[in-house]
Design a protein around this ligand. Structure first.
Ligand SMILES: Cc1cc2nc3c(=O)[nH]c(=O)nc-3n(C[C@H](O)[C@H](O)[C@H](O)COP(=O)(O)O)c2cc1C
Ligand code: SF4
Length: 448
């Protein structure tokens, strides 16, 4: 895999190969066809059984790239064989702060996504797929829309694809921009036209999902890894990563780095090397902390941790969506905790009390610390709020809010205490005005 000009050598490009090798027209049908596109989907539909396809994906060890890391082939094997219709739903909502991989993947290679969807639909014998696309993704949805139309014209979609007896339709649906609609069961409610709120599980979507029918929900990046796995085989895919976390991952790298962007690297690459892919810390920046897997993931201060599902779990955090935010010495961790908790408070769907009330109280306490009105007992109060949410919320959004907040307080308690003892933000007396409810003109009501 030759590096495209200016892109670092440590990358291994599987999902991003076409878009990096042909940046001028990677999203067009002609480029996809010249580059071997649609051969893998043609192969499964015309030469492989659905069960063989599932077995191949199982043995590749591919795990979901949407956050939970569930093994893809295993998820597919839970779908009942004798119930019809079945659906495949593509989670293209991508609302996790720091994450911007799926947007770029679909903008720059929509035909690879259609091919991955076709493979998933064949494996699960689903004749209809829905792409749930984040509403704000204007360019990506235009390109996907066009690519879907072109695929119909070529006979890659529609009735009897590739001359077989298998029919396949793809429907592109744009969401309205709520983070919770990325959670798979809330996504299904939203797709059905209801307010997006998580469903009680079981039953899991594989058994009773969209319109109460068996449904596979997979992330965009997960599906886009499929054509290469079908084409080159499970052993080839396992050349990268570890036994339990094989293959590559697209990391969205942002923060105080020289070259923010999406970088595809083998799973288990140490954080320090991923940082190098992004050119290292900016001039004058010293590494302070990193969010390794999107805003939901607890912070790390150790750059030697390998970026795979198990190593990050052992380090007390998670790979999540693979969004890595590097922070330098200028970052106020109280502000960091505040803006993160504000996000979760804003996005809390309100269905359960621990998350709805807990995130609200978290913001309130963090605001007073950041604005110089913190109390000595506030750090313990914040940890208590986290304990009140963690494990008690209806869905992982609430848990995630508590993990992020707790790690800020635990790792940087001295900074929180300094805000309280000095009665001000110790980093910047001015920019604190830019964040928090006060900056929005809201009133802080009552006391704790
Ligand atoms: C609050 C919340 C938001 C989520 N947002 C997304 C998202 O934007 N995209 C995504 O693929 N998965 C997201 N997930 C994970 C999905 O629920 C689900 O695990 C995933 O789509 C399954 O696909 P995968 O197995 O291919 O990863 C989110 C989960 C939670 C709890
Ligand atoms: S944890 Fe938060 S987002 Fe999830 S159901 Fe409860 S209120 Fe809604």
């Amino acid at each position: 895999m030759s590096p495209v000009s200016g892109r670092p050598r440590g990358e291994v490009r599987i999902v991003t190969r076409r878009m990096r090798e042909y940046p001028e027209d990677s999203w067009t049908l002609s480029r996809a066809l010249d580059d071997g596109g649609y051969e893998a989907s043609r192969k499964v539909v015309t030469q492989m059984t659905a069960d063989d396809t599932i077995e191949l994906v199982k043995s590749s060890g591919l795990r979901g790239r949407g956050g939970a890391g569930f093994p893809t082939g295993m998820k597919w094997s839970f779908v009942p064989k004798d119930v019809f219709p079945k659906y495949v739903v593509i989670n293209h909502d991508e609302g996790e702060p720091g994450t911007f991989k799926d947007r770029e993947l679909a903008e720059l290679d929509p035909h690879a996504l259609i091919e991955g969807i076709t493979i998933a639909c064949w494996a699960n014998q689903a004749n209809k797929a829905f792409i749930y696309c984040r509403g704000e993704f204007a360019l990506g949805s235009r390109r996907m829309d066009r690519a879907i139309r072109e695929a119909y014209e070529k006979g890659f979609l529609g009735d009897g694809i590739y001359g077989s007896k298998f029919d396949l339709d793809i429907i592109l649906h744009r969401g309205a921009g709520a983070y919770i609609c990325g959670e798979e069961s809330a996504l299904l409610d939203s797709l059905e036209g209801f307010r997006g709120q998580p469903r009680l599980r079981p039953p899991y979507p594989a058994v009773k999902g969209l319109y109460a029918q068996p449904t596979v929900v997979n992330n965009t990046e997960t599906l886009m890894a499929l054509p290469a796995i079908i084409d080159k085989g499970a052993d080839w895919y396992r050349k990268w990563g570890t036994e339990k976390s094989p293959g590559t991952k697209v990391f969205s790298v942002s923060g105080h780095v020289k070259e923010p962007g999406n970088y595809e690297a083998p799973l288990a690459m140490p954080l320090s090397e991923v940082l190098e892919l992004a050119g290292g810390m900016r001039d004058g920046s010293e590494f302070k902390a990193v969010i390794p897997g999107g805003a939901s993931a607890p912070l790390l201060t150790d750059l030697s941790v390998p970026m795979d599902f198990e190593s990050l779990k052992d380090a007390g955090t998670m790979l999540g969506s693979g969004a890595i935010v590097f922070m330098d010495q200028t970052t106020c961790m109280v502000r960091n905790a505040l803006v993160t908790t504000e996000f979760f408070e804003h996005e809390s769907c309100g269905k359960c009390t621990p998350c709805r009330e807990g995130t609200w109280w978290g913001v309130k306490v963090l605001e007073r610390i950041e604005h110089g009105e913190g109390r000595p007992e506030d750090m313990d109060l914040l940890l208590d709020i986290c304990d009140g949410i963690d494990g008690r919320a209806f869905c992982p959004l609430g848990d995630a809010a508590s993990w992020a907040l707790r790690s800020n307080v635990k790792l940087f308690r001295d900074e929180f205490e300094a805000h309280v003892s000095e009665g001000r933000c110790i980093f910047d007396g001015e920019h604190k005005q830019l964040v928090g409810a006060r900056a929005r003109g809201d009133e802080m009501e009552g006391g704790s």
